[in-house]
Design a protein around this ligand. Structure first.
Ligand code: PLP
Length: 403
């Protein structure tokens, strides 16, 4: 999306602002489909938690995608966005039977991630097939907070616990309809995927009536120019061949599902914020923006890199800035980063602001969450209003206590 347009959007809707390019989501979706061209078995289950605005979900629906939901609220959002219940897979971690009851009532597909819940669920719903999330004991992902398939991770049923799974379903009569894994995010190396997949293939052979294997998400996208990303084309080719071979040996054509979040929506997003203050000190020049970790926490939470442009002065001479927020904690977006000269009032644009940005935003410091705009075919649509004071106090109750 070009700078002039983004700049105009910041003026039109105010700052800070999230802008999403629908075309980019579509092209990422298509590129994934194309990479698996040979396979009719492919199912793309978009990881809702990456960016859950209902207009984005409707776009995914129009493309033929399904949803991967990690909370009952995401299931409800999916239904509201028009997905048929069987196109919603519910893959939560450590939820209560109460939440599963609701997912059952809505008709979503169920994935379970512990032996105890498999037992409890099976006793209650012996007729409902479920898939099981496997912990393949593989270290993958960009950093510790997003590596979720290693031996010490809380996620999934250990790959060594298949005999226990069989014992449980032997008693409850539950049919296992799918095998699932998700090993982390920002995984570049396709060998890591393939190694994890082999674990699933081995386990899958132990269950005779599967409908699918779900290999999760975690594909890496580029965060700056020259950054490597998962080679989807290579991965698609190799995976399709391997999967076909599996189906042949298994004696049934089943589906091959993936759960991309970042891959579909990271690059579509632009976060626009205004510079409130430029403050040089002896070590650096601070550029303080009208936002903070309350709106974009990825740099502080897991050291994520977001490329920052000064779209008010794109051709200005580069200087080194430490870009910080207005929250009363150290919320540093970038340290000593070369950026074209910044003046008070300039609009900075953060790239890769589609995935895990707005969806992780909060009201910390009693600030409003930003507005969101979707751009489709050169038209911009406001898809979420900026919050107002009422939103902050809507659920607060002023009780009658004599303090
Ligand atoms: C978060 C999540 C994903 C998506 O991960 P990305 O890195 O965004 O592709 C997929 N599956 C599950 C179960 C998840 O929790």
């Amino acid at each position: 999306m070009n700078r002039e347009y983004l700049f105009a959007l910041a003026n039109k809707y105010g700052s800070p602002l999230y802008v999403y390019d629908a075309e980019k989501i579509i092209s990422q979706y298509r590129s994934m489909e194309n990479a698996f061209q040979a396979s009719k078995k492919l199912k793309i289950n978009y990881a809702t938690k990456a960016l859950s605005n209902i207009s984005v979900l409707k776009l995914i629906n129009s493309l033929g995608g399904n949803l991967d939901c990690v909370s009952i609220q995401e299931v409800k959002l999916g239904l509201k966005a028009g997905f048929e219940p069987h196109r919603l897979s519910f893959t939560p971690s450590g939820v209560s039977i109460g939440e599963l009851d609701k997912a059952v009532a809505y008709g979503a597909r169920i994935t379970l991630d512990s032996l105890s819940i498999l037992q409890e669920f099976g006793e209650k719903y012996p007729k409902i097939p479920v898939s099981i999330r496997i912990n393949p004991h593989i270290m993958a992902g960009g950093n510790k907070k997003i590596s979720v398939g290693h031996v010490a991770s809380k996620f999934g049923i250990s790959k060594d616990h298949i005999p226990e799974v069989k014992k449980i379903i032997g008693k409850t009569g539950t049919r296992i309809d799918g095998i699932h894994k998700h090993t982390g995010s920002d995984i570049l190396d396709i060998d890591v995927f393939l190694r994890g997949s082999e674990v699933l293939f081995t386990i899958a052979k132990e269950f005779e009536d599967l409908d699918f294997i779900d290999f999760g998400g975690g594909f890496k996208v580029a965060y700056k120019e020259g950054d490597p990303s998962t080679n989807m084309q290579d991965f698609g080719n190799i995976m399709t061949r391997r999967f076909d071979k599996f189906c042949e040996a298994y004696g049934k054509d089943i589906s091959m599902a993936f759960e991309p979040g970042k891959f579909l929506v990271s690059e579509c997003g632009y976060f626009l914020a205004k510079v409130n203050v430029v403050k040089p000190n002896s070590k650096t020049i601070f550029a303080g923006i009208d936002s903070g970790l309350n709106h974009l926490i990825r740099p502080m939470y897991y050291g994520a890199y977001h490329h920052i442009e000064n779209i008010s002065n794109p051709k200005g001479e580069e200087k080194k800035y430490t870009v910080v927020g207005y929250i009363c904690e150290n919320d540093t977006f970038a340290e000593n980063r070369p950026i074209p000269e910044i003046s008070q009032g300039d609009v900075l644009c953060f790239r890769n602001a589609g995935a895990y940005c707005f969806s992780m935003a909060s009201n910390y410091n009693s600030r409003y969450r930003p507005a969101e705009v979707l751009v489709y075919k050169n038209k911009d649509y406001l898809i979420r209003e900026r919050e107002v004071f009422d939103d902050l106090i809507k659920h607060q109750i002023e009780v009658d206590i004599e303090f």
